[in-house]
Design a protein around this ligand. Structure first.
Ligand code: GZL
Length: 358
């Protein structure tokens, strides 16, 4: 990244941080006009919770100085998906903005292997990590790693996907989207775009995590109220573009009447576009497409008329993760869940907002 871009990004993050303080976490107007890296994830204005939370005194963890401490980041999936690329970059950018020496930020990638994520986290601890930011692969299976962190009094902030372990006892907090709401918002777009009449194929995300479960629940519950929307098939594409394409090819064979696709992430939605074109049909018109993430590739397809709507799942957790960690170290109570706000793209705004996409 060029110096000028980094300075711009830092400037934008500073604006985002300021707007976080001044506007109670609402997105400031200037963020929406940005280009480049787009806005950092910010906590939704209405934070549920009773004002209690996890404090450093409750945990008895040491008061480390983020400027000199070693911080570990455990990424779950390979950096092929723009969501993962943007997520990891956001952690690195925020560490840089805070003046954390690059040698103090230790980054691992589990390559979508749960066993490897457990060993990655243990390795980060062995390398002296004094705080951990973890993007869990699955909702279950990380307990041995969380136990190892607890034994060393190392706080763990989970971002992106939610684990079934105990907040405050096993990990500090969950920072991420409301995935049920994302599914509902995708359904609203689907109903709007199809005038409430469609035969829908669902490309499910990977199994074993709350994102897939919640995005499916949100969508199905919402379309249940629209009698003209029929779900004719659903199959996992593992959040992967090529898998999404091959599954869509099969579904188009077995269900030639499909005229709409709900893909639980953009990568599978883009795979579906390739399959639809290969079948001699026009994506965005013959077959409508709605997905979730907010990647540049998908939003660009909206501007080209080959895609219909994208609900954002903001992966830029860096600012909020480090801010939450600092608040914990400052003795503030940290809520069990910090839910972020997500934007949305369709034919009315994609051309104007594509600069925010990743
Ligand atoms: C959502 C994240 C999902 C993305 C996918 O927070 O866990 O995982 O939506 C990614 O692109 O595979």
């Amino acid at each position: 990244m060029r110096v000028s871009e980094r300075l711009m990004t830092r400037g934008l993050v500073a604006v985002a941080a300021l707007s976080l303080v001044l506007t109670g976490c609402a997105k400031s107007e200037t963020e929406d006009e940005t280009t480049g890296n787009g806005p950092a994830a910010t906590a939704a204005a209405t934070q549920p919770g009773d004002g209690t939370g996890c404090t450093i005194d409750q945990t008895g963890y040491p008061k480390i100085d983020l400027k000199t401490a070693k911080i570990g980041f455990s990424q779950s999936e390979k950096e092929a998906n723009p969501f993962r690329i943007a997520e990891t970059q956001s952690i690195k950018d925020e560490a840089g903005k805070l003046g954390i020496p690059s040698g103090n930020l230790l980054v691992t990638n589990a390559q979508s292997d749960l066993g490897k994520q457990v060993s990655d986290i243990k390795s980060l601890l062995d390398q002296g990590a004094q705080a951990l930011i973890v993007a869990p692969l699955n909702s279950d299976g990380l307990q041995p790693a969380l136990d190892a962190a607890k034994a060393k009094k190392v706080p763990v902030i989970t971002i992106d996907r939610k684990v079934t372990s105990e907040p405050c006892a096993d990990y500090l907090t969950f920072i991420g989207s409301d995935f049920v709401k994302q599914g509902e918002r995708a359904a609203d777009q689907m109903i709007r775009i199809t005038d409430g009449k469609a035969k829908v194929a669902i490309l499910l995300g990977s199994s074993g995590n709350n994102v897939t479960t919640d995005r499916t629940k949100g969508f199905k519950d919402k379309v249940a109220g629209s009698s003209g929307i029929e779900i004719v098939a659903e199959q996992t594409g593992e959040f992967d573009r090529s898998k999404g394409q091959s599954v869509m090819e099969q579904l188009l064979q077995s269900h030639p009447d499909i005229n709409a696709v709900y893909a639980e992430n953009d990568e599978m939605g883009i795979g579906a576009v390739n399959a639809i074109r290969a079948a001699g049909k026009k994506p965005g018109t013959d077959i409508k497409i709605v997905s979730i993430d907010g990647t540049r590739n998908a939003v660009k397809l909206i501007t080209e008329g080959a895609y219909n709507a994208v609900v954002e799942s903001n992966p830029r957790f860096g600012q909020l993760a480090f801010q939450t960690l600092q608040e914990f170290l400052d003795g503030k109570p940290i809520p069990a869940n910090v839910i972020i706000s997500d934007d949305e793209y369709d034919e009315t705004n994609a051309a104007d907002k594509i600069g925010n996409a990743y």
